[in-house]
Design a binder for this molecule. Structure first.
Ligand SMILES: [Zn+2]
Length: 454
């Protein structure tokens, strides 16, 4: 079924069913302008999906000489039909470099073996893994073969006729998911990064230390983008995208706290035992009655939450008798209050603009990660906040390792308009002008002022 959902640029939605899958459908979007066509995602490699996709595309009468395919991320419900659809066609297939490398590892490499070993270390049995190999939707309906793509980096631009779409890398749901943004229209194809009536699955990935941390950071990044229309890859969108992002953050915060409670209750447990203590929407079923494939997803999500705690030093992971085991490194209540401190609007930033709040959250996470890496705050050059103008501060972190002394070039700048810079930059070009607020407090001077950090 084909529906026109946006006028300028012309965007159509092909409703691709995903039979026997809790996601229910894939929204395949098709953008057209000046005879050019861009298809976004495909559905599983199965007949029901192919039929729906071809039927929808036939109605559009697209010129296959000028039709390209953009794959938001590596999951089979997005990439499954890519090589089938583009076979013998001259069009390009686009995908983020990061996800393409992971897809290669899954399709032609040894990544599944590593992943299976990881799940066994977290409490799955070999028999359960064998059953999963035959019935896991992530492993069925894959593309018929590995395929070539044009690899994309964060910030790359794809054009369709006169329209430009910016590729924004949002790691989390997969290590290299990409969303597409049309700036003038403030139109965002959110892929599986933001879904509305289901929560995107955040799981552990081979080679990724902290999927959940990456995901929450990506949400903060997305929060800074002006969005008028958000088009998700599954089901529908009937709420404000910013409120939805806040809801998703809340959801993970709640689950992190439940994870802390479960570790406190059963210290030394593996992820499967911890997962069984968490609340899942199982429609009245107990953990044991929950289908094995759903338990596999739940354990993956639990590992991502455990990784988040381990990466920040709130929990530790040890190997005991060949299985992973988790302990808290601090009292559970303290751990939960630290999580709150990062994610809730503390008294300090109440009443400030949302840009500031989100910058603040991002800053907290980043500072925590620096401290976790052993850096200590040496100097703090006072921050400056003016609700209409900007906020900036400079902090110098240092650490010693043996005889060596390291200084971390940490300069944190937020210009409240839109540009938010973060992290390590060798040369910082000032964006600031002297500002004096109502109380006479003098802000940064600068204009074209140039700084070298580090
Ligand atoms: Zn997905």
């Amino acid at each position: 079924m084909l529906t026109k959902i946006y006028e300028n640029p012309a965007v159509y939605r092909v409703d691709v069913p995903l039979p026997d899958n809790p996601l229910k459908n894939l929204n395949c979007y098709v953008v057209q302008d000046s005879g050019e066509t861009l298809i976004i995602d495909t559905g599983f490699n199965r007949k029901e999906c192919l039929d729906a996709l071809l039927e929808g595309l036939a109605e559009l009468d697209a010129d296959w000489e000028k039709t390209n395919l953009f794959l938001t991320h590596l999951h089979a419900d997005h990439t499954g039909l890519a090589p089938t659809l583009m076979k013998d066609k001259p069009g390009k297939m686009y995908m983020s470099r990061v996800d393409y490398a992971v897809l290669e590892g899954l399709m032609v490499g040894e990544v599944w073996k590593v992943s299976d070993a990881n799940f066994i270390a977290e409490g799955f049995t070999q028999e359960q893994i064998n059953i999963l190999h035959s019935g896991n939707p992530a492993r069925g309906f894959e593309p018929e073969c590995f395929f070539d793509v044009e690899e994309l980096e964060d910030g790359d631009v794809i054009t369709v006729g006169k329209w430009k779409f910016q590729c924004i890398l949002v790691p989390g749901h997969t290590p290299g998911q990409m969303i597409l943004y049309q700036r003038e229209e403030q139109l965002l194809f959110t892929a599986d990064h933001i879904l509305f009536d289901i929560t995107p699955n955040i799981t552990c990935w081979v080679g990724t230390a902290d999927s959940l941390g990456n995901y929450l950071d990506s949400l903060v990044k997305t929060r800074d983008i002006p969005i008028r229309t958000a088009l998700p890859a599954h089901r529908k969108n009937d709420m404000n995208v910013y409120e939805r992002m806040d809801e998703i953050v809340e959801h993970h915060l709640k689950r992190l706290k439940e994870t802390v409670d479960a570790i406190q209750q059963f210290p030394g447990s593996h992820a499967t035992k911890i997962a069984a203590c968490l609340r899942w929407s199982m429609r009245g079923k107990t953990w044991e009655e929950f289908p094995l494939s759903q338990r596999w997803f739940a354990v993956g999500e639990t590992i991502a939450h455990l990784d988040y705690l381990v990466c920040r030093g709130y929990a530790e992971r040890k190997v005991v008798d060949g299985k992973n085991a988790y302990w808290l490194t601090m009292d559970g209540a303290l751990c939960k209050s630290k999580l709150d401190c990062i994610w809730k609007n503390s008294a300090r930033n109440k009443g400030k603009t949302s840009e500031y709040r989100h910058w603040f959250i991002r800053k907290q996470i980043w500072l925590e990660s620096l401290q976790y890496k052993g850096f200590q705050l040496l100097y703090f050059y006072g921050g400056y906040f003016h609700p209409d103008v900007l906020y900036a501060e400079k902090q110098i972190f240092c650490k010693t390792e043996g005889e060596k002394f390291f200084r971390h070039p940490s300069v944190l700048y937020a210009k409240m308009e839109k540009e938010i810079f973060f992290g390590e930059r060798k040369h910082i070009y000032g964006y600031f002008e002297t500002v004096t607020d109502r109380t006479g407090h003098q802000g940064f001077s600068g204009g074209k002022h140039r700084e070298t950090a580090g």
